[in-house]
Design a protein around this ligand. Structure first.
Ligand code: GLC
Length: 633
């Protein structure tokens, strides 16, 4: 549960709705550009109105304490100089003082307000997803069925509002659950399938609000034990809280969790990546590119990108993260360079490259992004890929090779090729997958579904690899799909491995939850990957199977056992991303042409620069013809 408690009941209807908006960035902390310093007074006027109920956890808008730290930021002056200032505290929409404040601040930027559509512009009311729904974009109207009707009703029921406008969906809404923990919050990653379901239905307001409000949360200061993570970090989740004011009035505030309250105190690295991916999807589906062109949104993209692209000690182009920094948000031995993060990182960088407005000040970041994309895809395609032949090669590896020309670059001891893998890897050269993680002397050979699916969707893998991953899923259907699509990872950690790697986590016992449980929310991503590779029938098979059980089982978060037969031991019911994932899958299958705007094809320009960079560096290993031919297949 969240450590900060506010007085008041979150279900209370505020008699007066107050929207708080805060400065994105404290100039004294992040700007060395003297021209910007002259704006000090504007930022320092902000007052922190939140009580710090827990000294371990401090959340506040950055401008509440504008001059308190001197931490250097990777955010470049160029990015910051595009930052926009927002007012300190202001009343909700319809209040003309908002415009005045912005004019007074002298910045030619659009204020972030909950932008209400005028009556006639509003999406037409949709009841239970039936055919009265708006289909502004001309999608083929599909006949709904019972299961879909219920799913739409539940999805709409999970909507959270802020200042009377829809803002997101709670993670789960089981009416019988008296201890929702933080499942009553809006999670960034969980909202993505909800957002797509709404966008595909022609309803964009909730998604637009979500993107703009979470952007505001990005610049809050977040601290655990006097230490702050980098600017640009997006929260894992947030909650709309209602605070009492004097005279029976209430205000609503957003209370984000950046990991400082989360179990394990892990920063959600994937949140910002998902935010960027969703922003691109919003533009593609609605055709409204003005949102991504806004200065504040452009700054938000660059802050996330800068945080991820910051130089460190790492020798790999992959992103170095702690355990549990993504969908698997508990200890599962995925610290280092887990595939899931790399695939989302690649997708977010490709999205950013498309969305960042090209001008003199953005040239450098676009170049940095392109270089990273090339290096990342080369590294993953070369080093994460396994099929029968590659496993055999690793099985025969020599070790302790000190040289630039080493075959066994990461000094992998062949004993790591465990018996399950030798049995499991398909005979066919047309089947294979990307391994879960790669570190010095460590290959994590487990199959992680989300990472493999996003490698297909983003073209992180070669076209041949992408096809081979789907072949593997088809061949290993009983293991990876079983009674409920899809296994989060395969196989489960058992016995001493479970003890040591999970820290004896009772929620992650073998074949449960993150440790080999089956997660229906993965269905929409599987559907997208199948449509991309021209195999929609595979997705249809999985959706049909899920449809038979989800409603009767009350839309569980996850399933347990080796073949996903049981509803998960501690699984929430009426889990929103299960519901939304199902609806999104259905809509994608009905509208494959829209689905095609959500994935990426191979980018030959990126491949060329990869080969070129490698050739220039003069490292024989990297420019070998074999690598090039694999990449270009
Ligand atoms: C669990 C999942 C995480 C999800 C959250 C809310 O913590 O591991 O991925 O975002 O629940 O549904």
């Amino acid at each position: 549960m969240n450590a900060i408690t506010f007085l008041g009941n979150s279900t209370m209807i505020p008699s007066q709705c107050i929207l708080r908006a805060f400065s994105r960035i404290s100039p004294s902390k992040y700007i060395r550009d003297t021209t910007f310093r002259s704006y000090h007074s504007r930022f320092s006027s902000c007052i922190n109105q939140y009580s710090n109920a827990n000294s371990d956890r401090i959340i506040r808008p950055t401008n509440a304490v504008p001059f308190c730290t001197d931490r250097q930021s990777s955010v470049t002056a160029q990015v910051v100089s595009e930052a926009r200032s927002l007012s300190a505290s202001t009343t909700c929409a319809n209040d003309t003082t908002l415009d005045q404040i912005y004019t007074k601040n002298g910045l030619n930027v659009k204020p972030l307000v909950v932008e209400r559509l005028k009556g006639h512009e509003k999406d037409e009311e949709v009841v239970n997803g039936d055919d009265k729904s708006v289909n502004r974009d001309g999608f083929e109207g599909a006949k709904s069925n019972n299961v879909e009707d219920e799913a739409w009703r539940l999805l709409r029921d999970s909507i959270v509002t802020y200042c009377d406008s829809p803002l997101g969906t709670v993670a789960a809404k089981d009416p019988t659950d008296t201890m929702p923990s933080n499942y009553d919050q809006v999670f960034i990653r969980d909202f993505v399938p909800s957002a797509l379901a709404f966008l595909l239905k022609g309803e964009s307001e909730i998604v637009r609000n979500f993107l703009l409000h979470t952007l505001q949360l990005q610049s809050w200061e977040k601290t655990v034990d006097c230490y702050s993570p980098g600017q640009g970090l997006m929260p894992a989740s947030f909650k709309v809280r209602t605070l009492p004011l004097e005279e029976d009035k209430f205000e609503e505030v957003l209370d984000p969790d950046f990991g400082e309250a989360a179990i394990g105190r892990v920063a959600p690295v994937d949140s910002g990546l998902w935010w960027i991916i969703l922003l691109r999807a919003y533009g593609k589906i609605t055709g409204d590119y003005s949102l991504q062109e806004r200065i504040d949104v452009q700054t938000g993209i660059k802050m996330i990108a800068n945080l991820c692209l910051a130089d460190g000690f790492d020798m790999f182009p992959t992103l170095l993260v702690t355990d549990g920094s993504c969908m698997i948000d508990r200890r599962m031995g995925i610290h280092g360079h887990p595939l899931e993060i790399q695939a989302l990182f690649y997708s977010a960088l490709r999205s950013s490259r498309e969305m960042i407005t090209v001008n003199d000040s953005s040239k450098n970041i676009i170049k940095t992004i392109s270089n990273r994309l090339s290096a990342l895809s080369f590294h993953i395609r070369e080093n994460y890929w396994v099929d029968k032949n590659k496993i055999n090669e690793i099985y025969r590896y020599k070790t302790e090779e000190y040289s630039m020309d080493a075959t066994n670059k990461f000094n992998i001891y062949p004993e790591q090729v465990s018996p399950w893998l030798m049995d499991w890897v398909p005979e066919s050269p047309d089947s294979g997958f990307l391994i879960g993680n790669l570190q010095p002397a460590h290959m994590d050979f487990r199959f992680f579904t989300l990472g493999n699916l996003w490698s297909i969707i983003s073209s992180l893998g070669t076209p041949k690899q992408n096809q081979a991953i789907l072949n593997l899923i088809e061949e290993k259907w009983d293991d990876l799909v079983g009674h409920m699509p899809l296994k989060i990872c395969y196989p489960a950690l058992e016995s001493s491995e479970w003890h040591i790697i999970t820290g004896s986590d009772p929620k992650n016992t073998p074949w449960s939850y993150h440790n080999g449980g089956s997660w229906p929310t993965l269905l929409w991503q599987f559907t997208l990957a199948c449509i991309k590779m021209g195999r929609p029938e595979l997705a249809e098979k999985a959706v049909t199977m899920a449809e038979k059980r989800l409603q009767a089982d009350r839309w569980p978060e996850y399933y347990d056992t080796r073949d996903g037969k049981f509803i998960g031991k501690q699984s929430r019911l009426y889990q929103t991303w299960t519901i939304a994932g199902f609806l999104t899958s259905k809509q994608l299958l009905q509208n494959p042409e829209i689905a095609s705007s959500l994935f990426w094809e191979e980018d030959l320009e990126l491949l060329e620069s990869c080969v070129c960079v490698l050739t220039k560096s003069g490292r024989k290993k990297c420019s070998r013809a074999a690598a090039k031919s694999q990449i270009l297949i």
